[in-house]
Structure formats: C-alpha cells, structure tokens
Design a protein around this ligand. Structure first.
Ligand SMILES: NC(=O)c1ccc[n+]([C@@H]2O[C@H](COP(=O)([O-])OP(=O)(O)OC[C@H]3O[C@@H](n4cnc5c(N)ncnc54)[C@H](OP(=O)(O)O)[C@@H]3O)[C@@H](O)[C@H]2O)c1
Length: 271
C-alpha cells in the first residue's frame, strides 16, 4: 500500500533514540521529509546520518521541550527545515524520577517535572503548529501514550502513569476542538517494547534463573512470567513505527480521537 507520505513533512520529538528514531526512519523510508529531535545533539546527529545514508530527507532540531524558549526554538527550527510541518509526533517522554519510585516516594516536584516532560512539552508544540495545519486544511498530531494510562499499576511511577492518562484525555478533546479542520489527533499506546535497556533486564533475569543465553528462549520465558500477552513476545520498535506511519498518512483520515494499542494484546479488556 502506498501511504502517500511523499512530500509530507514530519517532526518526531525524542527521535534521537528508541521508538522515536524508529518512527523517523520509517517515515523517511516512506518518502516524508523528517526532522529528528532530541536534547542530545550527538545521538540525534547519528540517527539523522543513518536516514541520510539511506537516501532520506532529514534535518535536526535540538532542545529541551520542558523549557518554553527551547521548545519554541525547536518548533522554529523544525518549521524552517522544510518550510512547514504537516505531521507532529509527540514521542519525547519518560519519568522524571527513579524507575522503582512508589506513590509516597514521588514528590510534588517529580510530579510536576514528569507533567512538564510528557504533557506540557507536547502542548507547546501543538499550540505552535495548529495554525499552519489549519491554514493548509490538513495535519496529523500523534502522541505516544502508555498502557499504564488506562491500566495503572499500584507499585511504581504514579506520576508517569497519570501523565500518560492526561495525554490520552487531551488527545480526544483536541480532536473534537479541531473538528472539520482536516487535522486528526490520536494516541498510540505501545506495549512493552524491546529497547537495549529491556534486553539487559531480560538477560539479567535469565542469568539469575538459569535460562541460558538463547534470546528466543529468554524472551519467551520472560514474557510468560512478566508481560503475558497472546502474541508471546515483547514489541519491536518497528511495530510502533508501522502504526505511526499509517496514522500519519492521508490513508488514516477517518482515524481520529483514537487511542491505538500496539501491545500484542496485553491489555486484558475489550477496548
Ligand atoms: N519503550 C517502551 O516500552 C514504551 C512503552 C510505553 C510507552 N512508551 C513511550 O514512548 C515514548 C518513547 O519511548 P522510548 O522508550 O523510545 O524512550 P527513550 O529511548 O528513552 O527516548 C526518549 C526520547 O525523548 C527525548 N526526551 C526526553 N525528555 C525530553 C525533554 N525534556 N525534551 C526533549 N526531548 C526529551 C530523549 O532525548 P535525548 O535522549 O536526546 O535527551 C529521547 O530522544 C515515550 O513517550 C515513552 O513514554 C515507551
């Protein structure tokens, strides 16, 4: 299927690593001009070089999106890179505190920092790009959420989980607000995705439990114990990138205000 992304211009925040980098690579392969963004210039540069070496059109925008002035610079650099942005993918995100932080260990300062990273950063860019998307009568705004937005866990990162719920919520409100403008707004909810950090964790478990070194065996057993899902594996960055490319494309014009799960069937409810 031709996704008709040729000629579209996309800013993918947090594309200096992980899922964002995968989305940038996939959109570029489909013919979109992409702006790679991160705080770390070196890492962002490496992703951009990879895309360029494969024939993609790519520019960089660097800055911390929790800061008003830097976020504006990122937006302006992305805007100038190819003369406008048609597709905004708010992927940058994470938790401001420690990984195993529980409710009482999460201070108000950490809550505020996580909301800045996951919610307000996206809002800054959305507010910048809406007017030009409206003027063109076409646009795509996509946020990366989390299964914990709708299935919060009791033991860790309450700030992260609640901030992702806020993202899912504002997506629906914004889709309605932008009704009739040609701009769609959606969230993609990844399941557990294989990143270098997750692979290290799985290999640590395998060593402690005597599962050996074979990655297929380790993944199958770790998923069965920790992340059971009908697909029997964790997700790959490409699984999320493929969904992002479709939702960003003109082919997905009737997908609007949706929270699209790409989690191998892990969330155990009908919808
Ligand atoms: N991986 C998963 O299993 C999973 C599951 C559910 C949801 N998600 C969501 O998917 C998204 C990507 O996850 P990932 O695992 O690929 O993350 P990652 O590898 O940790 O990458 C995060 C990216 O966000 C950027 N970033 C973080 N804070 C920023 C800030 N304040 N300003 C500007 N950029 C910032 C980082 O930039 P620098 O490194 O250059 O600083 C990096 O490019 C996140 O929103 C995450 O919550 C991931």
């Amino acid at each position: 299927m031709d996704l008709q992304l040729q000629g579209k211009r996309a800013l993918i925040t947090g594309s200096s690593s992980g899922i964002g980098a995968g989305i940038a690579r996939t959109l570029a392969r489909e013919g979109a001009a992409v702006v790679v963004h991160g705080r770390n210039r070196e890492r962002a540069h490496q992703v951009a070089e990879q895309i360029r070496n494969h024939g993609g059109r790519v520019q960089l925008a660097i800055g911390d999106l929790t800061d008003d002035a830097q976020a504006r610079q990122v937006a302006q650099a992305a805007d100038a890179a190819f003369g406008g942005i048609d597709i905004l993918i708010n992927n940058a995100g994470g938790a401001a505190g420690q990984q195993q932080q529980d409710w009482m260990g999460t201070t108000p300062e950490v809550w505020a920092a996580t909301y800045q990273t996951n919610v307000v950063s996206a809002v800054r860019l959305i507010r910048y790009f809406i007017p030009q998307m409206k003027q063109r009568g076409w646009g795509r705004i996509i946020q990366l959420a989390s299964a914990s937005a709708t299935q919060p866990l009791p033991f860790s990162l309450p700030d992260y989980q609640a901030s992702k719920a806020a993202v899912v919520n504002f997506t629906v409100g914004l889709a309605k607000y932008l009704g009739g403008t040609g701009i769609t707004v959606n969230t993609i909810t990844p399941g557990t995705i294989l990143t270098p950090a997750l692979e290290r964790t799985f290999r640590d478990w395998a060593r402690a439990r005597g599962w050996g070194d074979d990655w297929d065996v380790i993944e199958r057993r770790a998923v069965a114990e920790m992340f059971p899902n009908p697909s029997g594996r964790v997700g790959r960055i490409e699984d999320i990138a493929a969904m992002a490319a479709f939702v960003a494309s003109p082919m997905a014009g009737f997908v609007n205000g949706a929270n699209l799960r790409v989690d191998g069937g892990r969330v155990p409810t009908i919808n």
